[in-house]
Design a protein around this ligand. Sequence first.
Ligand code: AQP
Length: 336
Amino acid sequence: MLDGKKVLFSGMQATGNITLGNYMGALKNWIDLNNDDSYQCFNCVVDLHSLTVRQDPAELRKRARTLLSLYIAAGLDPVKNCIYYQSHVSGHAELSWILNCFTYMGELSRMTQFKDKSAKHADNINAGLFTYPVLMAADILLFQTDVVPVGADQKQHLEITRDIAERFNGVYGDVFTIPEPYIGKVGAKIMSLQEPDKKMSKSDENVNATIYLMDDPDTVIRKFKRAVTDSDNEIRYTDEKPGIKNLIDIYSAVTNKTAGEVEREFDGKGYGDFKLAVGEAVNSVLVPIHQRMDELSKDKAYIDGIIKENSDKANYFATKTLRKVQKKIGLPERVR
Ligand code: AQP
């Protein structure tokens, strides 16, 4: 708790252009929860995490800034929420090292994301990829976080964060708050439009598989029209129809309708009509974000001000936890 409010922490990597999956599984929930005044929110661009995959320096810097602006354009209030870059708060990396010493090789090697990403980047299976969940645990524990809104794919990383925190508290007393995941009921796992058994991902090489938040309206409609479905023509929410199920999930997340309501709305209509409706519904969310991004891109000083102010604020709270941890584990006190 911070100033009587629950602490919420969440972050996104600047590894590529943000997708509709990132928006529905994470960002949309951050915005909904952040608008609730009972939370003190830290929303981070996890640029250090992005380094586990080789990045072009200029591109990474540009993407990180775009992502930070996108948080605001999508509806996060930068006055109420602390929106900052992970690399501007050195406590993330410092706590991560300490927590590495409380994490076992065996538990890290069981992480599904490590297995998936090692297969995807077989030429660069670096130690950072392996210890990624420890840095994520540090991100969360640094702010004594109560709630972490994530997509379903991050549930395992939340579990290991809790394990590390409990292990540490078991030795040193109640140092860390034990965080809870918050996984939304709809949109927790948006699937690829081309391979609906695979999650939609920023780094998918097939651009038609992914809706990017900055896709223009015509591109969005075209991608939905090309979405892989099945040879049937019935709009039904079932695991036997993964493509249609995914489109219903997307439509439900945007319109707040249940899967049953969507089935009834499109009863007797074909896939063509449905795909167009999904595309239009998604555009109704994306177009206002594009307009706000356009305004923000013209106001460099405003974004710079947010970056400066919020990194000071994040550093202040991070340092408090870090000093407590350093003292507990026996590192020498600083002489003033
Ligand atoms: N398809 C998805 N559906 C719902 N939620 C998703 N998230 C990611 N993909 C989906 C959630 O988005 C948040 C930020 O994710 P991240 O930036 O940490 O990276 P990621 O999980 O590795 O996402 P990507 O898009 O798949 O990136 P790449 O391709 O770089 O690996 C998280 O809360 C995640 O759950």
